[in-house]
Design a protein around this ligand. Structure first.
Ligand SMILES: Cc1cc2nc3c(=O)[nH]c(=O)nc-3n(C[C@H](O)[C@H](O)[C@H](O)COP(=O)(O)O)c2cc1C
Length: 322
């Protein structure tokens, strides 16, 4: 997938590869991002951060914004409904030396979209223009966006919003082919992603329902997009970035990756939080195995990495034929 020739550029930043781990609150932290990047994800996006937290120096920010050099290009994703505070936050974040600042125009959660941030911004295209033009003017790194198709089926304004972002200096646009009202339901609309790609000259990253390796080329061929973003399809299957579907990954490789992932979470979060935060990943790693509810529970409540590894060996996991 990657080679000497960049697949595309975000501003002047070359991007090598066609599949990117999506920003995911609670999942795309340093341990998961860096693992996905090593396996082939073309760049890294942080979990979103609230611009209010940035300007108020919230203590959890360090964890969300720490990254490894090997993750570059790294995009910091921020959300807010206030252009001026987004700018202040972006300037503060710039000091941490990210490659890109990404604006979230897609979060459907009520606490975000309900106050006009995330997908809530789609209802105020003028504000989107103001955000991108201000940040583009004041920052010396590319500003990008990640959006949905509109608030609901009656307000599908994705083409207008996409053009506003481009016209106001946005350097790339990721498009999740759903509305805010759909949240994660129904099928992603790849036709809409194709329309955005045809209307813009900046790179378009398609997103929504890329679940298996074949979907990467399928979406690119269908929509013409420059790359795809993968969120849910990468949880429990980071090998998708290495061109492997879960069924192609040997049990021994699953075991090694799980334990390396756990190790890196223990290092990053400390032993107590690390193992707890790992459980949601573990649940997805083990889902193809036909474990009984008791076995699953035992594994997912292991309190140390040693117990977890010993239980894995005891269970001698085998995938259940599909
Ligand atoms: C648990 C979870 C957390 C997410 N957090 C973010 C986020 O912080 N920023 C963002 O832009 N999108 C976020 N998303 C949306 C995904 O990036 C992606 O747009 C969506 O899941 C569709 O892609 P998929 O079909 O590959 O899952 C999140 C999705 C999930 C499932």
């Amino acid at each position: 997938m990657s080679g000497n020739k960049p697949t595309f550029h975000i501003g002047s930043i070359p991007i090598y590869g066609e599949a990117i781990l999506s920003p995911m609150d609670g999942f795309s932290d340093l341990p998961f991002r860096s693992m996905a990047r090593r396996l082939g994800s073309a760049m890294s996006y942080t979990e979103f951060v609230n611009a209010m937290d940035v300007v108020n120096t919230h203590p959890h920010l360090d964890e969300r914004l720490t990254y490894l050099e090997e993750e570059r290009p790294i995009a910091f994703q921020i959300f807010d409904d206030d252009p001026e505070r987004l700018l202040r936050a972006a300037l503060i974040l710039r000091e941490r030396d990210p490659d890109i600042i990404d604006i979230n125009l897609g979060c459907s959660a009520k606490c975000v979209s309900g106050r006009g941030a995330g997908a809530g911004l789609l209802r105020e295209p003028q504000k989107i223009g103001a955000i991108f033009s201000t940040l583009n003017k004041e920052l010396d790194i590319p500003v990008t966006g990640k959006m949905r198709l509109g608030w609901d089926d009656d307000s599908l304004n994705y083409l207008d919003v996409a053009k506003i972002i481009q016209d106001n200096g946005g350097k790339a646009l990721a498009v999740h082919g759903r509305t805010k009202q759909q949240a994660y339901r129904g099928e992603a609309n790849w036709d809409a992603i194709a329309e955005v790609k045809a209307a813009l000259t900046i790179p378009v990253i398609g997103n929504g329902d890329v679940r298996v390796v074949a979907d990467i080329d399928k979406m690119i061929n269908y929509t013409g997009c420059d790359a795809v973003m993968i969120a849910r399809g990468a949880i429990g299957n980071p090998w998708i970035f290495a061109g492997l579907d879960r069924a192609d990954v040997l049990n021994e490789q699953v075991r090694e990756t799980m334990l390396a992932h756990l190790d890196s979470m223990l290092d990053f979060y400390g032993p107590d939080r690390g193992i707890i935060l790992f459980r949601k990943h573990a649940a997805r790693y083990i889902s193809p195995y036909g474990l009984s509810p008791e076995q699953r529970e035992q594994l997912l409540t292991s309190e140390t990495a040693g117990d977890f590894a010993a239980l894995l060996d005891e269970l001698a996991l085998h995938t259940v034929p599909a």
